[in-house]
Design a binder for this molecule. Structure first.
Ligand code: SF4
Ligand code: SF4
Length: 353
């Protein structure tokens, strides 16, 4: 049975977080003593901690300190969507923690073939880092709304094992089929097999996440040995009325098992703002969904007043649906698969649904 431990931490106060981690880790049957541990934060892009795009550096620091006290060898890394790992670590504030605590860096630049025995039609992945190089992988997602999948939390965070721009290619292979993409995410997660997922929901993001949404103080920290169960718990915690794509596919595949939940008084959230794009075409019969997607769903659009012509969106669009001309960014909506990678990666938030 899965185990979820949720608690309240109103700030990134390190002593308080350390105390919470020490107490909560003992609820799991894991031995950390002397182990080689990879911490996998959400490092989507090089944004400052106040933007709530990445796992907060003090969250990473508090956990790393607890692990170092247990004589672990600790590594930190992720593959950001566009920049190098080192650059994103620097801008996110996590590099300062790496230097201060003398942690190792996992830069996710390798090309490691990994077989997939899961259900999605994709039989092999290429990872930027091999989970088997570590005794334990600890998954450290940031709680954010996600314009494509509704939420990004435990399962979605391990998509980061797909190196850098390869992620956009996987979006292209799945097309606009959210169920297929959810299935892919679950399979990738099952290959990574994190020993533990520890969610940073102290300051979260809702609305137009995962890059340009509203910063929200939620005060939530949650640990689980089962990220699928954790994500489902989060949907109920955030009062989301129906299962989102990952949970829906997990339910269909029989992957959602009973969970023991220990919640030390964290109240449920009633006003979490979901991205509207998810509501428009999810949970409808497939033929309706396809029609609705074509006719009614929103399309990415560029606000030319904000655009700085940096070309990031053009580079990340695997569908080659974007061109940058004299009048700014132009979309070919016949090619566009509505993956919103362009919106996620635009450094100035010029692309919206
Ligand atoms: S990423 Fe944003 S700022 Fe850069 S070219 Fe595209 S729309 Fe403009
Ligand atoms: S234009 Fe944007 S939303 Fe459309 S396929 Fe390209 S990256 Fe995805």
């Amino acid at each position: 049975m899965a185990r979820i431990v949720a608690g309240r931490c109103d700030t990134y106060d390190r002593p308080q977080l350390r105390e919470f981690f020490c107490r909560s880790l003992s609820d799991f049957n894991l031995s950390f003593e002397g182990r080689r541990v990879l911490l996998k934060p959400n490092l989507l892009s090089g944004k400052s901690p106040g933007r709530a795009v990445n796992t907060h550096p003090l969250f990473v620091q508090a956990l790393a300190e607890v692990l170092l006290d247990n004589k672990c060898k600790v590594f930190v890394g992720d593959s950001p969507g566009y920049e190098s790992t080192e650059k994103a670590l620097e801008k996110s504030g996590i590099m300062e923690v790496v230097k201060k605590l003398k942690l190792g860096i996992a830069n996710f630049n390798k090309r490691i073939p990994k077989a997939n025995s899961g259900i999605s039609p994709y039989r092999e992945f290429v990872f930027g880092e091999d989970p088997l190089d570590y005794d334990l992988v600890v998954n450290l997602p940031k709680l954010k709304s996600h314009i494509l999948m509704g939420l990004t939390a435990g399962v979605k965070n391990t998509f980061g094992f797909i190196p850098h721009l390869d992620k956009a290619k996987w979006h292209l292979r799945c097309g606009a089929d959210k169920k297929l993409f959810a299935s892919l995410l679950i399979d990738i997660h099952s290959v990574v097999k994190p020993a533990l997922t520890i969610l940073d929901g102290i300051v979260a993001m809702d609305g137009a996440g995962p890059s340009h949404g509203r910063v929200r103080d939620l005060g939530l920290v949650a640990l689980s040995d089962d990220a699928v169960a954790l994500d489902y718990f989060l949907e109920r915690f955030l009062s989301i009325p129906h299962p989102l794509p990952i949970s829906s596919v997990a339910l269909e595949r029989g992957l959602l098992t009973d969970a023991t939940v220990i919640n030390s008084g964290t109240p449920e959230v009633q006003d979490f703002l979901m991205p509207t794009i998810v509501d428009t075409d999810w949970n409808l019969p497939s033929f309706v969904s396809q029609t609705a997607r074509t006719v009614f769903t929103r399309k990415p659009k560029c606000d030319g007043r904000k655009c700085t012509a940096c070309r990031t969106c053009v580079s990340v669009c695997a569908a080659q649906a974007l061109t940058l001309g004299d009048k700014g960014v132009a979309f070919d909506y016949r090619k566009c698969i509505r993956c919103y990678c362009c919106a996620e990666m635009c450094p100035v938030g010029a692309i919206r649904a």
